[in-house]
Design a protein around this ligand. Structure first.
Ligand SMILES: [Zn+2]
Length: 250
């Protein structure tokens, strides 16, 4: 049996009528927990569309407060929220869609001390704009066999990839693709800019990958989705394992 109430069946009536939302899949959907690290331009639309898609258990991690420069793309926030903690506002707004979803929050940026809160997640999403955190999450998820979705947007370009760490027969991780060991001085949204619409696209693509993977609708593992939000061109590239990756033995 799944965990949806009559009230929820009404909210999701136009969704659950789709063939993909069988009783077996609703049971999965109503039980899995998704962790989102970074409630920004990607994390806002992602969390909203996961709740809109029937996901009932979320863990949101972010230590920042809402600032005016967030409002053009972080769609859970408005002028009244400036100065408030992002995770508090996000939880409040998401509960307005479905009061019965469980939104756990960590009002801190993720670090080596609080990583263990992610342990119960079926998928952890890296929606940060910080290479050091991406690498930290990659290693932690590998070590703990937690599926890991990395997402990033710069200017109009987005890239997303889901690593199936629950099945470790063939090693592939973020470090295989980007092997630099240390934090490097990469361009960031604050210096080169970010399209509001491309951030939204990234949140939606991440949400669809999570639904596809969780309900086994389409193989999303080890496929790098690259999308140019201005040209509206999308490519799905199959990524191969890098045998000399230093995390191969983790
Ligand atoms: Zn690797």
């Amino acid at each position: 049996m799944n965990n949806y109430s009559e009230n929820e069946y009404e909210i999701f009536s136009r969704l659950f009528i789709l063939n993909e939302f069988s009783e077996k899949n609703l049971k999965i959907l109503s039980n899995i927990k998704i962790g989102i690290v970074g409630i920004g331009g990607i994390g806002c639309p992602l969390s909203q569309y996961l709740v809109n898609s029937g996901i009932k258990n979320l863990l949101l991690v972010d230590g920042d407060i809402v600032e005016k420069s967030n409002l053009n793309r972080q769609i859970l926030f408005n002028l009244d929220d400036i100065g408030k903690k992002k995770v508090d506002v996000a939880r409040e707004k998401l509960k307005l869609i479905n009061t019965e979803c469980n939104i756990n929050i960590i009002n801190k940026n993720i670090d080596s001390f609080n990583l263990n809160y992610l342990k119960e997640c079926f998928i952890v999403v890296d929606a940060t704009d910080d290479w050091f955190t991406s690498k930290l999450l990659n290693k932690y998820c590998l070590e703990n066999s937690i599926n890991f979705l990395h997402s990033s947007v710069l200017k109009h370009d987005l890239q997303l990839i889901l690593f199936k760490n629950s099945d470790r027969t063939n090693h592939l991780c973020l470090n295989c693709i980007f092997p630099n060991k240390d934090d490097v001085d990469l361009p960031r949204c604050s210096s080169v800019g970010i399209s509001s619409i491309s951030a939204g696209f990234a949140g939606l693509v991440a949400a669809q990958k999570i639904i596809n993977f969780s309900l086994n609708l389409k193989d999303e593992t080890n496929i790098m989705t690259i999308f140019d939000g201005k040209k509206l061109s999308i490519d799905n590239i199959i990524i191969k394992s890098k045998h000399d990756c230093y995390l191969n033995t983790v």
